[in-house]
Design a protein around this ligand. Sequence first.
Ligand code: M6R
Length: 598
Amino acid sequence: MCGIIGYIGSKMAAPLLLEGLQALEYRGYDSAGAALLQSGRLDIVRRAGRVENLKTPLNELAQGACVGIAHTRWATHGAPTEHNAHPHRSADARWAVVHNGIIENADALRDRLVADGVAFASETDTEVIPQLLARAEGAPLEALRQTLAQLAGSWALGILCAHAPDALFAACQSSPLLIGAAQDGMYLASDAAAFGDDVFALYRLNDGEMAVLRADSVAFYDSEGAPVRKEAAPFSRRAHGSDKGMYTHYMRKEIDEQPDAVRRTLAQFFSDAGALRLPALLPSSPRRVFLIACGSAYHACVTAKYVIEELAAVPCEAWVASEFRYAMPLIGKGDVAVFVSQSGETADTLAALRLATVHGAHTVGIVNVPDSAIARACALVLPTLAGAEIAVATTKAYSAQLAVLYALAAHWAQAGGQECTDFLDELRRLPEKISAALTSEARAKAVAQEIHKEEHAYFIGRGVDYATALEGSLKLKEISYLHSEAYPAGELKHGTISLIAPGTPVIALACTARLLPKTAANIREVTARGARVFALTGAGADQNTLDAEQIIAVPTAHPLLMPSLSVIPLQLLAYHVAALRGCDIDKPKNLAKSVTVE
Ligand code: M6R
């Protein structure tokens, strides 16, 4: 959620740190800060708000320093103010620390330090780390080892010590941290997107490990301080390219990238002759399937529950990961647990994965970041090949997740002897149909014009249309701050219909032909109370049948594949509403791209 960048080498650190922070800003953006180390002196600059606010003061501070650490913060402990921004320093000004993660025993450690007379300067959990470092004994690496031994929780740390001007220290536990080797120095980052163009090799720190970066070398240690050997993986920043090109927003660009993302993703699962081929490691007849994720990825799971049960007749449950991890789920041997995550770092999804593993389920990851924690912890990974997704609101990764889940459903259908030829034929053609769905932009924009000044909106649908309504509603509220709710179309009258007033916008999904008369009846229930209905249909219904003010036509496909098509105008609707309301589309307030805290 927060982002870390560090550099030690022969170049000026400040511009590299700023570039890195800008690349990381999509992960957290409520405050930012940096520390520079030169001639045994640590200088720190921090600002509330965007990285932009740090630019001038950091450049003024720079004056030739070649060692530095920097951070973008997403507040967990303490308000997003300047004094809570990272880096945090020890009371004796000897240590500076940037931290991603949560120190779970921070309160107890702070109480102990305060009782010993240490004065704290922030409300953060992080500040205990520099204060503990300052009180530890021995050389800096030994002080770090002693400090880490007292912490509980998760951390990715970048640390500078005024007494070790030629070193940058790092440590990690349950929060990703990478080291990039470049011609002129070493980088430290929580996300490869922050690395400079010259990084050619990459190391990943494992849980419990520490590292000491110097201008021309890096050494790794385990939690006892014993040296660890590590192989570097080749790295090219171009492969991680994330340029906005001619687009104003990453989100709009990523919406357009969906046909390619789905094409690439599906291509992994079809032979040249067009047969579906999933890895042999995938159990072919699971007793039950558990689909577990957060946010939009959970909505992909809700969609897949309908698809897997209807197509493959395998009992299936969709779970929000933060619920699953504290429930007493009846999961065990013979069950397949599927974890869906763009980032592969979502803390709740990772915890649910660990629980399912302990219970003996076969674990499968559907993940967009290949080397992520979730990918590494699953028995089998079915990658989404969406490419780097920068906008906080997911679009192309969501579409790629649906594509993998469809392939899984078809695999289990075939293995169980269920007929799914039509489904597979249409699945192969899905990328073209998604391209066709993108032509709905003008209609989506027209609906955006109608609703962008409203305060509330409702999304309704039945079956897979309900699952897509959930996603459309989340997309709208997360980027435009227009409050919206999604309901199964038949459920509205059990309470929520009391909120429908003359003029209330209702976005009705009527893309499932067999349920059309039912959804049409639910639409009449809301128009009878004055709602303005904007309907999406691929089922050939018209404005009169659906009693709608406007219709957005969606290309038709197999009914179970319609979510991949109907979600496109909903993404475009959210985008245009947010644009009309003047919102910061790629970086909505309070959100982070990768949610690495519980
Ligand atoms: O990285 P993940 O897919 O695990 O993230 C899960 C959710 O945080 C994510 O889908 C979130 O809901 C998005 N902001 C939705 O656009």
